[in-house]
Design a binder for this molecule. Structure first.
Ligand code: PBG
Length: 333
């Protein structure tokens, strides 16, 4: 090897000498349009209600939806995902099918105020069931209670059609039932919504990082956990299997969730599919940064931008994140 091949001829630091140089060789971009902002619309409140475990995030009345939609668009954030807190809950989550519920009403208000905003809805019954599980329960012969996959899938398909009817651009099932993407696609097409897209929470782990969300959406399971339907954190090959199944069933976009503890999975799924890929920077990831910053341990803005960049670098096209508005502001939106 000639001397010229190494130091002192070769100096990687040459490309780091100025902000402009660093900017032109940066491999990963981050823009406000990469970010999806989650909302919690509550049917029973008339003023925003702070979520204690998620500083800066609020449960909102539906009356706030139009203003929020306009603010997002003004900042360059092009998409939102909506969760709902209903007035009443029951065993089958029937308030989730109410066309006058908080999600369909907020979808209508947002699309009317900002037609260019892409409005996504979370399709899952856990916010609407009194037991907090992501489906209808049944008791097995051995006495164990479990979520009934096939009855739940029927419900999810109806919910997706109702959201599409309200004007949702994208429906996003987060329940992890088998076969729901195909059933939702079939139901949408059968009701004239063939242009409504499905973003599947294809790879969703049973994660401790959903803790703050369960306060935000009031959907903590009243007994047991979600390990019977969400994925085991140790599994990566299974992620590829879930992603491939949802793609085959007609998903238009795929998602990996959570993001940070699963960046390897984001990378693996990115390599395995040509569909657009989203990753969910979930509530616990958000609140962890806020708590560390509040304790004086880290700089919140810098840590946030580094986290978001890492998720893009791993291969996500879109990032669902509670940081979206602040990040967009820093990005000049
Ligand atoms: C289920 C759902 C959850 C999240 C999004 N959709 C909670 C769960 O599965 O327990 C979590 C999002 C977050 O933590 O930010 N409808």
């Amino acid at each position: 090897m000639s001397e010229a091949m190494g130091y002192p001829t070769i100096r990687p630091r040459r490309l780091r000498v100025s902000a402009s140089l660093r900017a032109i060789v940066r491999e990963t971009s981050l823009a406000p349009s990469d970010l999806v902002y989650p909302f919690f619309f509550h049917a029973g409140i008339s003023e925003p209600r702070p979520i204690k475990t998620m500083p800066g995030i609020f449960q909102l009345p539906v009356s706030a939806a139009a203003g929020q939609a306009k603010e997002l668009v003004a900042r360059g954030v092009r998409s939102a995902i909506l969760f709902g807190l209903p007035k009443t809950k029951d065993a089958t989550g029937s308030s989730g099918l109410d066309p006058e519920g908080p999600v369909p009403l907020a979808v209508k208000a947002m699309k009317a105020a900002a037609p260019e905003l892409i409005v996504m809805t979370d399709v899952c019954v856990d916010e609407y069931t009194d037991h907090g599980h992501c489906g209808i329960l049944r008791t097995r012969r051995d006495g164990q209670v479990e979520v009934d996959n096939d009855r739940t899938v029927e419900l999810l398909a109806q919910m997706a059609v109702m959201h599409a009817d309200a004007g949702a651009d994208i429906v996003a099932p987060s329940d992890m039932m088998d076969g729901r993407v195909g059933a939702i696609r079939h139901a949408l097409d059968g009701n004239g919504f063939e242009t409504t897209a499905v973003m599947s929470y294809a790879v969703k782990y049973a994660s401790a990082f959903y803790g703050p969300f369960r306060e935000a959406a009031d959907c903590a399971p009243k007994f047991g956990d979600r390990a019977g339907y969400q994925m085991d954190p140790g599994n990566a090959r299974e992620a590829l299997r879930e992603a491939a199944l949802d793609e085959a069933e007609g998903a238009d976009l795929l998602m990996v969730k959570p993001a940070l503890p699963y960046l390897d999975v984001v990378r693996d799924v990115r390599k395995a599919t040509n569909l657009p890929l989203a990753a969910y920077n979930v509530s616990g990831e958000y609140s962890m940064l806020c708590a560390a910053a509040a304790a004086g341990m880290i700089d919140l803005d810098r840590a946030m931008m580094e986290v978001l960049t890492s998720i893009r670098r791993a291969g996500a096209d879109l990032i669902l994140t509670y940081h979206a508005l602040r990040a967009a502001e820093l990005l000049g939106g």
